[in-house]
Design a protein around this ligand. Structure first.
Ligand SMILES: NC(=O)c1ccc[n+]([C@@H]2O[C@H](COP(=O)([O-])OP(=O)(O)OC[C@H]3O[C@@H](n4cnc5c(N)ncnc54)[C@H](OP(=O)(O)O)[C@@H]3O)[C@@H](O)[C@H]2O)c1
Length: 244
């Protein structure tokens, strides 16, 4: 299937590893001119080289870092046709362990970051009459995970945001969707201290996902073929979510 992404420009934040990298790699493979952003220079440079992308060093938990990333993106690739919004996950916590400061930090990292990215890049897409936005969230937005209170709450809020923005943008050729990873084998997953064999047995597909499986979904949503899919949250989770 020709996804017709050739010649489009794309920014993938959190793009040096894991799900962001897999998304950037899929877009690059389909012919997009890609920029990836992350904090760690060496990992970022190596990732960018592998997929022939531009690299942007930025701490996206910090508003100055987010605004710097937006400026640098415009210098390197202009306003992107495709935007994949992704970053590291917030700290684990039960509700009893959450703090007002923790809520503010997590909200900056996930919710306000998403709003800043949309504020910068949605309007130029609408003016151009073509744009694709994908936010990497989590299945936890629909099926809360114990101990991940910040993520459960804020990602559900992001879905509400996306649904609302999608309705405003749809008439301008711009789609916006969320993809919800389940348990996908990345550095972050390896570092969570979970018994991954036990996790795999609990998933209907009986295995963890591979980052490329999510990356290919992102590329499809960012293509011309994905033009009629907007305002959706689509799981890539081996069958964990069962609601309709
Ligand atoms: N893997 C899963 O199965 C899964 C499931 C549900 C949800 N998620 C969510 O999906 C997102 C990506 O997960 P992943 O597994 O791909 O994680 P990962 O392998 O740790 O990759 C995270 C990427 O984001 C970058 N990043 C992290 N914090 C950043 C910051 N403050 N500023 C700029 N870049 C930052 C990292 O690079 P640097 O560290 O160098 O900055 C890296 O490129 C996370 O929000 C995670 O919670 C993942």
């Amino acid at each position: 299937m020709d996804l017709s992404i050739d010649g489009r420009t794309a920014l993938v934040t959190g793009g040096s590893k894991g799900l962001g990298f897999a998304s950037a790699a899929a877009l690059s493979r389909e012919g997009a001119k890609v920029a990836i952003a992350a904090r760690t220079e060496a990992t970022l440079a190596a990732a960018a080289k592998t997929i022939s992308a531009q690299s942007i060093i930025a701490n996206l938990s910090d508003r100055a870092g987010v605004l710097g990333c937006i400026d640098r993106t415009r210098e390197l690739i202009g306003n992107p046709d495709i935007l994949v919004i992704n970053t590291g996950g917030p700290k684990p916590a039960t509700f009893a362990e959450t703090t007002p400061e923790g809520w503010r930090e997590a909200a900056d990292q996930l919710f306000h970051f998403t709003i800043d990215m949309l504020t910068a890049f949605l309007e130029p897409m609408k003016q151009k009459g073509w744009g694709r936005i994908v936010v990497i969230t989590s299945f936890a937005a629909q099926e809360p995970v114990a101990n991940l209170l910040y993520s459960n709450a804020l990602r559900a809020g992001i879905h509400g945001l996306i649904n609302s923005v999608a309705a405003e943008a749809a008439g301008h050729g711009v789609t916006i969707n969320a993809v919800m990873p389940g348990f996908i084998m990345t550095d972050r997953m390896a570092g969570l201290g979970l018994d991954l064999e036990k996790v795999a047995k609990s998933i209907p597909a009986k295995r963890l996902g591979q980052p490329e499986e999510l990356g290919d979904l992102v590329a499809f949503l960012c293509s011309d073929r994905g033009a009629y899919i907007t305002g959706q949250a689509i799981a890539c989770d081996g069958g964990i979510l069962k609601g309709i």
